[in-house]
Design a protein around this ligand. Structure first.
Ligand SMILES: C[S@@+](CC[C@H](N)C(=O)[O-])C[C@H]1O[C@@H](n2cnc3c(N)ncnc32)[C@H](O)[C@@H]1O
Length: 320
């Protein structure tokens, strides 16, 4: 028997859209002020496992995309948080979910006094959004359902703007799931069988090129056949490197509190030590999530051209 397919997942969530399911995923609740503009039909069909939108420190005017938006709860919360200058796109493959979301959209915009949410039919693996157009990608208990997670992560990278971020809640396992679990349609639909291990999830983000990866929350969810499953919320950033690392005389001093840290490219920063940095690293250290951890010393007039940092030439952290 094969692993469950996308069609199996669609069927599962088509039913969950028609008839609200209790306890489909780990119980999560949102503060009342975040949901008081959202119809009950949507709240009854909340199948998430975290609160990525609340953990994302959303700014007014941001362009947000929610992957696997379901009945639309996270899109509607985001709609209020970005204000009428921001935009929110929800993407889902299941018609019945999109139907509930689109019907509820009208009431939400009446309650807020503006309309900034759009739902698009599409797949996580081929997101119907143009390149580099999104500030923040969120997703709530969906990536585990995909049969091709590598493609999902690379498509998130494609649509994010430079310095954009993702905040994703998902189910992960402590150890690899067994073949028996993976082939179980019910457990796949319940966001368990398709879960990556926590290490696998974080490594996939790293391999895609994301940096500044941080587990913001982690809660135990279930034990099945001696495998522990957790709900985690992860944040990571995109930075598109320039074609060459240009050293313009900038230096960085790591402020602490740790004695020494290593960034995703292998640069080693010891507390209170001056380190030369190229323009790419400068851009990263000047913004989230590193902002405030470093003191940047401005150029002294010297200028040195260095080859671009890649994982090949920078394994010892000596490049730029
Ligand atoms: C567990 S529900 C979560 C829904 C929503 N995020 C929430 O918190 O209520 C998963 C949703 O992802 C959608 N989905 C699953 N796999 C998908 C895929 N490969 N492409 C697009 N949507 C998908 C399903 O249709 C379903 O609406």
């Amino acid at each position: 028997m094969e692993n469950p397919t996308r069609e199996d997942v669609k069927e599962f969530y088509s039913e969950a859209a028609d008839k609200p399911q209790e306890d489909l995923c780990c119980p999560t609740s949102y503060p009342q002020q975040n949901i008081d503009h959202i119809p009950q039909e949507v709240l009854d069909r909340f199948y998430g496992c975290g609160s990525p939108i609340i953990n994302a420190e959303i700014q007014i005017g941001e362009n947000i995309l929610d992957l696997g938006s379901g009945a639309g709860i996270d899109c509607f919360i985001a709609s209020k948080l970005v204000g009428n200058t921001g935009t929110v796109i929800g993407v889902d493959m299941t018609d019945n979910m999109l139907h509930v979301a689109n019907e509820s959209k009208i009431l939400v915009s009446d309650n807020l006094g503006y309309s900034n949410v759009e739902f698009r039919k599409g797949y996580l693996e081929d997101i119907p959004v143009t390149n580099k157009s999104i500030d923040l990608v969120t997703s709530n208990c969906v990536i585990n359902l995909s049969q091709d997670k590598t493609k999902v992560f690379s498509d998130i990278w494609r649509i994010l703007k430079n310095k954009g971020r993702l905040v994703i809640s998902d189910i992960v396992s402590e150890t690899e799931t067994t073949e028996d679990i993976r082939k179980n349609k019910q457990l796949w639909g319940q966001c368990l069988a398709g879960a990556l291990t926590e290490t696998g999830f974080l490594t996939s983000l790293e391999k895609t090129g994301f940096y500044g990866i941080e587990v913001l929350k982690k809660d135990f969810w279930k034990n099945i056949e001696n495998i522990n499953f957790y709900s985690i919320t992860v944040r990571a950033f995109k930075y598109q490197k320039s074609s060459k690392c240009d050293f313009q005389g900038h230096r960085a001093v790591y402020n602490g509190p740790f004695k020494v840290i290593i960034d995703d490219e292998g640069h080693v920063f010891s507390r209170n030590q001056v380190v030369e940095i190229c323009t790419d690293t400068l851009e990263k250290l000047k913004s989230s999530p590193y902002l405030g951890s470093f003191t940047i010393l401005q150029p002294n007039g010297d200028k040195t051209e260095l080859p671009c940092c890649t994982t090949e030439n920078n394994s010892n952290g000596s490049c730029c």
